[in-house]
Design a binder for this molecule. Sequence first.
Ligand code: BES
Ligand code: MN
Ligand code: ZN
Length: 501
Amino acid sequence: MPFETAVVPAGPAGFETPLLAVAVARGGLPSSLASLDKGTGGALGRLFAAGDFSGKKDETALVYPPGPAARVLLVGLGKGEEMSRASLRRAAAAAAKRARALGVARAAFHVVPEALGPVSPREAGQAIAEGLAHGAWQYNEMKRPADDQKPPLTRIDVLAPADTDALTAGHRVGAAIGAGQTLARGIQVLPGNVCTPSYVARTAEEIAARHGFAATVLDKAAITKEGMGALLAVAQGSAEEPRFVALEYAGAEGAPVVLVGKGVTFDTGGISIKPAQNMEDMKYDMSGAAAVLGTFEMLGRLRPSVRVVGLIPTTENMPSGTAVKPGDVITSLSGKTIEVINTDAEGRLILCDALTYARRYQPACVLDIATLTGAIVVALGHTASGVMGTDDRLIEDVRQAGERAGERVWPLPLWDDYRDLMKSDIADVKNSGGRPAGSISAGWFLREFVDGFPWAHLDIAGTAYTDREDATRVKGPTGFGVRLFSEFVLSRQAAAGAAAR
Ligand code: BES
Ligand code: MN
Ligand code: ZN
């Protein structure tokens, strides 16, 4: 069911809707809500006076007042002096999630102007649109509809009595990013028997056709011809053929930003097989690919003046009589030989060929994104993704993009000291250095294949999906990376524009 949001130049008082969500900061009833309070027969004032709601972060109160809004949902933003895009994004997500749960077909969302603080109306419009899309997301396509099925949520109006133009401009950006993130989550959630490598490739082609991007899809024969021996080695145990996808959005001339996404549609571990516990989560091992595809959906909607290439190596990782074995030595696209110590360290194998392939675009920079190591969950938990790379400036740009996007990343060092972990006795490099510094050694493996461009690697194994439900999120895929990449790419556009002027 399509879900959309739009800015409406109206105030909250007198707005007719099944559900009016109003985000307020900590404190008493804001003065801008005086006429809404009056219209609700003083219900809001009494709520505050009773101390039943004070605007704390994630706090909500639902009232059923007289008046044109059937329900008013107050949503807490937290302390006014700590106001940020993240607070607004979160409140919007909580409101949309609640609207979904209440079973209303439409709703309205309003932030009181008193609460905005340092957040500009443009930024607010973007954060709200991102949050609404995030909170409204759900997936029930594989379930039989319930008998008492409520109508699906199809629209949320963002009420903007003032600053309408700025809010609308930000909303347009946020809605495109939100649509990209929704697309990513929609592919992530699919099980491995539906979302196969050829499905990923078809999805990429569908996005390309819809937005007029150039798309190249290499099948197994073409991958073999190209010489991508590392991708082929991972794929050789599977009945499903691998694919290699290249998408190009040419919104400007010049050196492109290249985004590389790990597309392992199911990771059993291969011969180095994983334990059965939670193995079903390994359907999410294509979340990097989903983030790249979601970013292209955003690009197609916003058409910014940047050049972006997306590369997706996609395969299953299966055990079988034809599977690659521990100890096997394979030859990558770069010509470097790799001793496969552990067939479960497959992500780096498919990424290394993509990094070699990236060189032909003479990139301005390359960012890869992958559910690469369990060790990153040990290091950073589910709060932040890891970032590593060859260029401190690029790493800092990525970190700041993540901060703006509300998708946190934190740097780990790629010091030369760690390089020895990946030395092989019989090949140029081995694919596993064991348990110590597991995320860094994976980063160092990738670095061996980086040649001729600034590069940063994002390890999203702890952030791509969640098994916890909270005020803003449901269990399942998060679409992590789409907002960060969008911020990164859009800020490059601004930088290029400034240079031209
Ligand atoms: N896809 C996994 C990493 C992963 C773990 C993603 C947990 C999401 C949640 C990756 O392919 C993998 O198996 N990595 C191994 C590497 C090891 C064999 C060197 C790991 O982290 O154990
Ligand atoms: Mn693995
Ligand atoms: Zn994997």
